[in-house]
Structures are given as structure tokens and as C-alpha cells.
Write a protein that binds this ligand. Structure first.
Ligand code: BGC
Length: 758
């Protein structure tokens, strides 16, 4: 193949090359018929296939029906890579049925602020979850031959001003948080393409960032697929080619023209263009065999519709998170006296707005599904309207009357579709005030209230949850979410979702509160690596529900933590195992979470960081041993000066539990690694010299010499108070002091001597 591609490249004109690295219309690559180069089709993504009919290829509506699985906010809450891989396989099958060769997903950006309008399309505030679950989806989709597009690379964690804003952060923050998920997904699952984001990173457009695209992505991580622009993300096409952006999407006239001019004018090396052409041709030829024959009817076959709806229901039932369940009010008996309240029960909010919007093959609503399973009549009142129309007072009175007539009131609350969308951010994390007022009125009439939430990102619960005995966070659950909610309410499914984002008590507690959404085109990531639970835990802030939290209808016990250490340095490996037992009377799934608290003298680190997780199904009374293997990277931080992953010696705590704040078993291992030393230079301070192994020796020699020549000056090096005060002073400047007399040349010689000794 490589040779064929190179042979083709040698036959292409410059204009053809420029055309090949630019889209054809909204969703296709460019065919060059004279050389037998076909075109392939790309479509959104990520939680369903949004294939538009050829005659309507623009905008976001009007796509062929396809299964709408739970968006990433729901899939992520399952913490279940095996399930997500199966969802990926289903997406791959539907892509093939709809003649799509590259599905544009998964999206794995970090949920830094709950305000990001697009959080529903992302998995987590934690990069391990984002990377592992993103990789699972990629593996599933690509197992059917279909390519994926890992997006939005990188640091696209807000929508405000997304086409221009610069995400400004230090390299450690980028590496540990905002790039780490991409690194994992690229290395573990080799996505066919990666999508360069709209925004800038530290002042450089992601589509023009050589460091991001060529150095980190290709050289360091070994990515060998296509870098595609987000739709309309290219700013300067020739700069983008030079930086390593292969394919501009969608079609543009300006892009190819700019490339041709730049190559002719000598400002763009044709070899860079050839590299992009080579990548695009490999993508096209790797996927062209999947293309449907001309005239094939594009539709998801009926039996697939059926099977995938069932899978969507399974995924949704694992995604909902039971936040609270006072007195075990849930599950409900099927013959219980129930009332259902809230417009979302019959008019479900099941996916987010924007380019990921799927035309579902079917749509279950919770009210119908509850009534299908209930063995008694279930009265309903909407309580509010989604567009604010109607008489609010009458809607509430009707709801109160219905709630009073039943033993339990199940109240569906949430965010209306316009509240969160691609393209803009939220302004607050509150539920609409009319819904909070409705809940208060219903709770006064009936003490047995169960709230079911529909929202794409965390909402504040602290100001109303006192009015509910149970709260089921239903996120956005896709087309089969209604049935899944009914299954959970009646105990046909046991909730096993866990939070992948912390629910703060109030927005002001969030790490991004003072920065978000930035100003003057810049967004300061002033919280650094302290994002999500890393922040709340470091600040010891009370939260409504911590990262990793989620209840079950059964109970789990942890026991027998054991740990052993093998190898050293890069081959360091720590084996951890723990036994988890279902101590209740129904089958359930526990999500066993492993956190590491690693030694750090040189930098400030989060208290605990998630380094492993397993979703474990357990029958009543059943025990299983769950094991994890941790490597060097799991104990490392990104050293800001050495610019490498770095582990410090010392004891590392291993914590296993059911949330970041519910640790059940804990132990410690002693890390022994070679700690590379930061080399000394002309600006190194006295304190740094004293800490540096070679520096100490060399300084001792200098002191002896100074003592011999000038006892008064030598006293300087022996006076502890003076040393503490002068610790931050570069040795070179001390060298200039009267009586010390170190020339720059002498300091340079000492530096060389110290660095070679240390
Ligand atoms: C979105 C991408 C999407 C693309 C194509 C962009 O606006 O950011 O996620 O894949 O459009 O619809």
C-alpha cells in the first residue's frame, strides 16, 4: 500500500494534491477519478450516526434514523469499558449500514467547569476515564472496519469564543490533564483520525500547532493516522499543512488555493504537503472497500434497530446514577401507588443540542414505560412546560393534586434543551426556578418524593434535594432512556452508574470559577492540574456528591488489599489486588476505584488521583478478586523543568474504594527509582546548589578554598541564617561579592564539574 500511495503521489499535480487534503462538500474526501482515487464519507458522531441524505448535506437536521445511544455523559457514568466497546461495535455496524467510513467521535475533552455547554459530549473531569472509555469506543467502532475521529485535540473545554480563544496553561497541566486522555486513547486504540480543535493552545491555533501535532502526537505518541480539522477550524491553511494538519474539513476554495500559492512561492515545502496527501490517501484506501454500492438504500436494517435499541436500554440503565435513596424508598414495588410529575417524563430530553444530534430510530418516554410496568394506574401531571408557556400556578396546583393522590411522587426535573448546547456555555448550574418551586410544593403535599434528573452536566442539588427522599441522576440517556429509568425505579435493573464529575455544593466552589470563560481571547487555566476532585479534595471543600459516587440496591464490602512491587524505573510495576463482595440480597455491579497518592517534594500534587477502575458484576453473596497493575507513569508527574515524567522516591499510598471520598482499603508501597537531577546553570540558586548532589561536593571545595584565602567570606557559607536568607540567590551573584571573587568563567567551570559529578 505504501508504495502504491507513493506511486500515486508522484502522478498527482500540485493542484490535485491541494484538493485531496481538503474536503468535498461537508462530509466527503475528494475523489480523483483519473487516478482511481475514491472518496470516503465522514459523519458525526459520537453516540450515533448522523448521516445526512446526499441532497441535504448541511446544517444539523434531517439525518437518516440511527440508534441514539446515551451521549458520553451517560456512557461515561457506566465506567464500563466492555459495555462501551459493544456500543462502539453497534455504531460501527450502523456506520456501515449508512455508508459512513469515518465516524466523528469520541469526544474526550476534560470537564473543567460544569458550565461548559458541551460537557454532555465528554466523559469526565478525569483523564484516565476519558482516555480509557474513549479508547473502548474507538476499539468497538474500528473493529467493524470504520474509522474514528478522536476529538477535540486539545484543551477545548469551553464553548465561549471557541473559534478564537486561547487556552493558556503550563506544560505540566497540559500533559497531566488535558493531553493525558488523548495520549492514552491514541496509544491504546489507534484512532484512524484525530480532530484538531477550534481553539488555540497558549496562543497557537491547534490546527497550526507543530508542537501539538508533529512533536507530541506523531513523534512522541506514534500516531500514524490523519489529523483532520474541526469543521471550519483552519485559520491559515499553509501554516496548518506545515504544522502537520492533513485534512481540512469541510470543502473550502481558499484552502487549496493557499497551498498552491505557498508551494509555488517557496514558503511551504512540498514534502510537507506530500506527507499530508500520503496520510489522507492511506485513510481513503484503508476504508474505501466499506463503501456501499451506488444505489444501495441507506437505512439501519430492522433487526439491527431492534437489537441496538435493546443495547441502548442496557447502556442507559447502567448509566443513571443513584445519588441518594433515604430509607431505601427505591426500588418501588410494581403495584405501588405512584404519581408521575414533570414534563420530561413524557417528553424526554435524551441527547444534547448541536452537531451530535441523532435522529433516533425509536424514542421511549419514561411515563409510558412506567405505566407499562406498573400494576396500578399511574396518574400524571406535567408540572411545568419546557418553553415557559401556560399558567405556572395552575400547572403546580394540578401537580400537587396528583401527588397528593399517591403514596410516592416521582418527579422528573432537568434542564431544557436550550440550556446546554454546543456553541455556548451555561451561565449557572441551577435548575430552572419554576421546577425548584414545583418540587417544594409537591414535597409539601407528599413526603415520599423521588426525583429523576435529565441534564447533560452537573446541576446544583444542594438547594432542593432536601425535598426528595431519592435522587436518580438520569443525565441524557439516549433513545431508550425512558425504559431504563422505569427498569431502575422498579428494581428490574440495579443502578450501577457512578459520577465521573463532582457535583459541587455551589458553582463558586468550582476550580474554574474565577477564570471561566476567560477574557480578551484568553482563558487562564489558573487551577493547573487541580481540576474536578483534584481541586475539591485539595481544598477540603464540602461537595454534594463526590467523584465516583453512586448508590446501588445492594451493598458491597472490600477486603484483603494486597500489594507487591517489581522492577525499577521505567519497568516499575506495582500489583494490587482486593476482594469485593456483594453483601446484599440482589445482584449488582460495583465500580472498584483505585487512587494513588504519590510522593512529591518538588511539586505540589493532588491528594489522590484515579489510576484504575473496574466495573464488577456480582451475584448476592459473591466475591471476586479485582486486580490492577500500576506502572511508572501511574506514580509520575510531568516535571516542569526536566520536561519528562518523573517519579520521586518514597512511600506511595494505594487507596481502593467506592468514590474519591469513600476509601475502603488502603496501604502503602515504597518506591525506589532513580530520580534524575535538574542540571545546574548560571541562574541556579545557592539552595539548588546545596540540594544538587554534585553541587554539594563542588561547593564544599569552594568553601574550603575560600576559607583558606579569606576566612571572613568563608563564614558566609557557614552561617545558617545567612544561607537561609540567601538561598534564593544565584551562586554566580554571590561569586561577585567582595572576598568571594568567582568569575563567570570560574562559575561555568564549577557548573560543568557539578553536573558531571551529579
Ligand atoms: C464540531 C465537531 C463536529 C463537526 C462536524 C463541529 O462544529 O465541533 O464535533 O464533528 O462540527 O459536524
Amino acid at each position: 500500500m505504501a508504495n502504491d500511495v507513493d506511486a500515486l503521489i508522484s502522478q498527482l499535480t500540485l493542484e490535485e494534491k491541494a484538493a485531496l487534503v481538503t474536503g468535498d462538500g461537508f462530509w466527503h474526501t475528494r475523489a480523483i477519478e483519473r487516478l482511481g482515487i475514491p472518496s470516503i464519507t465522514l459523519s458525526d458522531g459520537p453516540h450515533g450516526v448522523r448521516r445526512q441524505p446526499p441532497e441535504q448535506e448541511n446544517g444539523i437536521g434531517g439525518s437518516f434514523p440511527a440508534t441514539c445511544f446515551p451521549p458520553a455523559v451517560g456512557l461515561g457514568s457506566t465506567w464500563d469499558a466492555e459495555l462501551i466497546e459493544r456500543v462502539g461495535e453497534a455504531l460501527g455496524e450502523e456506520s456501515n449500514a449508512l455508508d459512513v467510513q469515518v465516524l466523528l467521535g469520541p469526544g474526550i475533552n476534560i470537564k473543567r467547569s460544569p458550565l461548559c455547554g458541551r460537557n454532555f459530549e465528554y466523559f469526565s473531569e478525569d483523564p484516565l476515564i476519558a482516555g480509557e472509555l474513549g479508547a473502548a469506543l474507538i476499539r468497538g467502532i474500528q473493529s467493524k472496519g470504520v474509522g474514528t475521529s478522536l476529538k477535540h485535540y486539545a484543551a477545548n473545554s469551553q464553548e465561549t469564543d471557541r473559534f478564537r480563544v486561547s487556552a493558556d496553561m503550563d506544560e505540566r497541566t497540559a500533559r497531566e490533564i488535558y493531553l493525558a486522555g488523548f495520549e492514552r486513547a491514541v496509544k491504546d486504540a489507534s484512532p484512524a483520525t484525530i480532530m484538531a480543535a477550534y481553539n488555540k493552545l497558549n496562543g497557537v491555533y491547534a490546527t497550526e500547532d507543530r508542537w501539538l501535532l508533529a512533536e507530541v502526537l506523531r513523534s512522541e505518541w506514534g500516531f500514524d493516522g490523519v489529523v483532520v480539522s474541526d469543521w471550519g477550524a483552519v485559520n491559515d491553511r499553509d501554516a496548518a499543512v506545515a504544522a502537520g494538519l492533513d485534512l481540512e474539513m469541510p470543502e473550502s476554495e481558499a484552502g487549496p488555493a493557499a497551498i498552491v500559492t505557498a508551494v509555488r512561492g517557496g514558503s511551504l515545502d512540498e514534502a510537507s504537503l506530500d506527507a499530508a496527501v500520503r496520510n489522507v490517501l492511506r485513510l481513503v484506501f484503508d476504508h474505501a472497500h466499506l463503501k456501499a454500492d451506488a444505489g444501495t438504500k441507506l437505512a439501519v436494517p430492522d433487526d439491527m434497530v431492534e437489537d441496538h435499541h435493546t443495547l441502548a436500554r442496557e447502556a442507559a440503565s447502567r448509566a443513571a446514577v443513584l445519588l441518594k435513596n433515604d430509607g431505601g424508598i427505591l426500588p418501588l414495588a410494581q403495584d405501588a401507588s405512584l404519581a408521575v410529575i414533570g414534563e420530561f417524563a413524557r417528553n424526554p430530553r435524551y441527547q444534547g443540542a448541536g452537531s451530535s444530534q441523532i435522529e433516533p430510530t425509536r424514542l421511549d418516554d419514561a411515563l409510558t414505560e412506567i405505566r407499562r410496568l406498573a400494576e396500578a394506574d399511574v396518574p400524571f401531571a406535567p408540572g411545568f412546560t419546557l418553553d415557559g408557556s401556560g399558567d405556572a400556578g395552575e400547572l403546580v396546583s394540578e401537580a400537587v393534586a396528583v401527588a397528593s393522590s399517591a403514596e410516592v411522587a416521582v418527579v422528573f426535573l432537568g434542564l431544557p434543551s436550550v440550556a446546554e448546547s454546543e456553541g455556548y456555555d451555561r451561565e449557572n448550574i441551577d435548575l430552572p426556578a419554576n421546577q425548584v418551586a414545583l418540587l417544594a410544593a409537591v414535597a409539601q403535599a407528599n413526603p415520599n418524593v423521588v426525583v429523576v434528573l435529565s441534564n447533560g452536566s452537573a446541576v446544583r442539588v444542594s438547594n432542593w434535594q432536601g425535598g426528595a427522599r431519592a435522587v436518580l441522576e438520569g443525565w441524557l440517556l439516549g433513545q431508550a432512556g425512558g425504559g431504563a429509568i422505569a427498569d431502575i425505579l422498579f428494581g428490574i435493573a440495579n443502578p450501577s452508574g457512578r459520577l465521573t464529575e463532582t457535583i459541587p455544593e455551589k458553582l463558586e466552589d468550582n476550580s474554574a470559577f474565577l477564570d471561566f470563560p476567560g477574557r480578551d481571547g484568553h482563558l487562564e487555566y489558573g487551577d493547573g492540574v487541580f481540576v474536578g476532585y483534584r481541586w475539591y479534595d485539595a481544598r477540603e471543600l464540602p461537595v454534594s456528591y463526590p467523584f465516583g459516587h453512586g448508590l446501588s440496591y445492594t451493598s458491597f464490602e472490600y477486603s484483603g488489599l494486597s500489594m507487591s512491587v517489581d522492577g525499577a524505573d521505567a519497568s516499575l510495576s506495582v500489583h494490587v489486588s482486593v476482594t469485593v463482595t456483594n453483601t446484599g440480597s440482589v445482584a449488582g455491579r460495583e465500580v472498584v476505584q483505585l487512587y494513588v497518592s504519590a510522593p512529591s517534594v518538588q511539586v505540589r500534587r493532588p491528594l489522590n488521583e484515579l489510576r484504575g477502575f473496574h466495573a464488577v458484576p456480582l451475584e448476592p453473596g459473591e466475591s471476586r478478586e479485582v486486580s490492577f497493575t500500576l506502572g511508572y507513569r501511574d506514580f509520575a508527574y510531568f516535571h516542569p523543568v526536566l520536561k519528562r515524567w518523573y517519579v520521586e522516591n518514597g512511600p506511595a499510598e494505594i487507596l481502593v474504594g467506592a468514590s474519591s471520598r469513600d476509601i475502603r482499603e488502603q496501604g502503602s508501597v515504597e518506591l525506589r527509582v532513580n530520580e534524575p537531577v535538574v542540571p545546574l546553570d548560571r541562574q541556579s540558586s545557592l539552595a539548588e546548589w546545596m540540594k544538587h548532589p554534585g553541587g554539594q561536593q563542588v561547593l564544599a571545595g569552594v568553601m574550603q578554598q575560600t576559607a583558606a584565602q579569606n576566612p571572613a567570606a568563608a563564614g558566609m557559607f557557614q552561617n545558617e541564617e545567612l544561607i537561609a536568607m540567601m538561598g534564593s540567590m544565584p551562586l554566580r551573584r554571590i561569586g561577585r561579592f567582595p572576598g568571594v571573587g568567582l568569575t563567570d568563567e570560574a562559575v561555568d567551570a564549577l557548573i560543568a564539574q557539578a553536573n558531571s559529578a551529579g
